[in-house]
Write a protein that binds this ligand. Structure first.
Ligand SMILES: *Cc1c(COP(=O)(O)O)cnc(C)c1O
Length: 399
């Protein structure tokens, strides 16, 4: 009997540091919404590499762009210009509030750039960034300090100075935290890792108003919500807010590592040569993958489909919550980032439910210790959504 999964897992555990609690599968192939493991078992991927592979696995337009670019030029120093990064920044600025872009390799790096920009713009002695409880902004020291989850700080103290966390949606407490040292407020429009928790539109608008009132920069982390995930190119477009600085990553390269920090040119002017940089940031192959990805996402009708399928998934999840009220209290999210909010009894079984779905060949995860999280490729079909809902119904029935 073949047991390639177990062989690879054993070899991996002998050499890879154990920072991830992994499921017993070694993935070897992906196509559309389907992943195949080393023993040939197939999975409906409703996680998409945590909101990364929005066009599905190995989308032909992206794979072609990667291969074509890899034949021409794989890397050159940022001391020189390249066409893919210029094209990418042109698309991002043409489709957002921003007119300048810094390219990085990951979400955390994009947020590092955002924090550095806020500090350099604010001037000496203004370095404080206020973010929200339950937020997630990355794993580097500065971005984990910005992350409002104390358990992610434990053992790594002291945290870098200048980060504080306001309670979720409590405006008065947040305003009282603003001091002469504060330079920015930072938030996600919807907390992804925090359990698919949307922020109230009125609260987001009030955060922006506080920034204007106290001369602070408004940093919006769209690393998980950006690039079409919520049914518009960026989530902020639906929320009546406009960031001063925005970060994206995850879906930007449909799987190639790339992140970006976007802002207006008046602010960007503070980052002169030598102030910030990255060896790989905006790498030609990653940037070419991103250009190909954005072209598909910005095609006519693509985002409307995301909204429709998002509503369809939401309805299906709400029906399940009604059928299993002892386990689930409701569903929430935007576009195709959705959460089934579990009750106290459901939360106890959240991790087990994910394992049971894995055994049935459906991949999702449990986020923020509150919700089952669904982040399927944006190209998922209704039939595949039905397949997910059926499997989930079976798992809820036996939980
Ligand atoms: C994933 C994520 C990050 C961190 O991105 P990495 O690429 O893992 O560094 C930051 N913010 C949000 C909202 C995220 O979802």
């Amino acid at each position: 009997m073949s047991d390639e999964n177990a062989n690879w897992a054993r070899r991996s555990d002998d050499v890879i540091i154990g920072t991830y609690a992994r499921y017993p599968a070694t993935m070897v192939k992906g196509e559309g919404c389907v992943l195949t493991d080393a023993d040939g078992k197939q999975y409906l991927d409703c996680l998409a590499g945590i909101a990364v592979c929005s066009l599905g696995h190995c989308h032909p337009a992206v794979t072609d762009a990667i291969c074509a670019q890899a034949r021409e030029l794989v890397h050159v120093s940022n001391l020189y210009y390249t066409a893919p990064q210029t094209e990418l920044a042109e698309i991002l600025t043409a489709n957002s509030f921003a007119d300048r872009v810094f390219l990085a390799n990951s979400g955390a790096e994009a947020n590092e750039a955002a924090i550095k920009l806020a500090r350099i713009c604010a001037g000496p002695d203004r370095y404080g960034v206020i973010s929200l409880a339950g937020s997630f902004h990355g794993r580097t020291l500065a971005t984990v300090a910005a992350t409002g989850q104390p358990k992610l700080h434990e053992g790594f103290e002291p945290m870098p100075e200048g980060f504080s966390h306001a309670p979720f949606e409590n405006l008065n407490v947040l305003e009282a935290m603003i001091t002469d040292q504060t330079c920015a407020i930072m938030c996600e429009p919807l907390q992804g890792e925090g359990g698919v928790r949307p922020l109230e539109v009125e609260y987001l608008k009030a955060l922006q108003a506080l920034c204007r009132k106290h001369d602070l920069l408004f940093i919006v982390d769209e690393i998980q919500t950006g690039i079409g995930r919520t049914g518009t190119f960026f989530a902020y477009e639906q929320l009546g807010i406009e960031p001063d600085i925005m970060t994206v990553a995850k879906a930007l390269g449909n799987g190639l590592p790339i992140g970006a920090m976007l802002t207006r040119k008046e602010l960007a002017a503070s980052l002169v040569p030598g102030t910030h940089g990255s060896t790989f940031g905006g790498n030609p192959v990653a940037a070419a993958a991103a250009v190909a990805t954005l072209k598909v996402i910005l095609e006519d009708g693509f985002l409307a489909q995301v909204r429709e399928k998002g509503e369809y998934l939401q309805k299906g999840l709400e029906e399940l919550a009604q059928r299993f009220p002892h386990l689930a209290s409701g569903a929430r999210g935007m576009g195709l980032i959705r959460g089934l909010v579990l009750t106290e009894k459901g939360v106890e079984q959240g991790a087990d439910m994910v394992k049971k779905l894995f055994a049935r060949g459906v991949l999702i995860n449990f986020a923020g210790n509150t919700s089952l999280r669904f982040l399927p490729p944006l190209i998922i079909s209704r039939e595949e959504i039905d397949q997910l809902l059926t499997a989930l119904g079976e798992v809820l029935a036996e939980s």
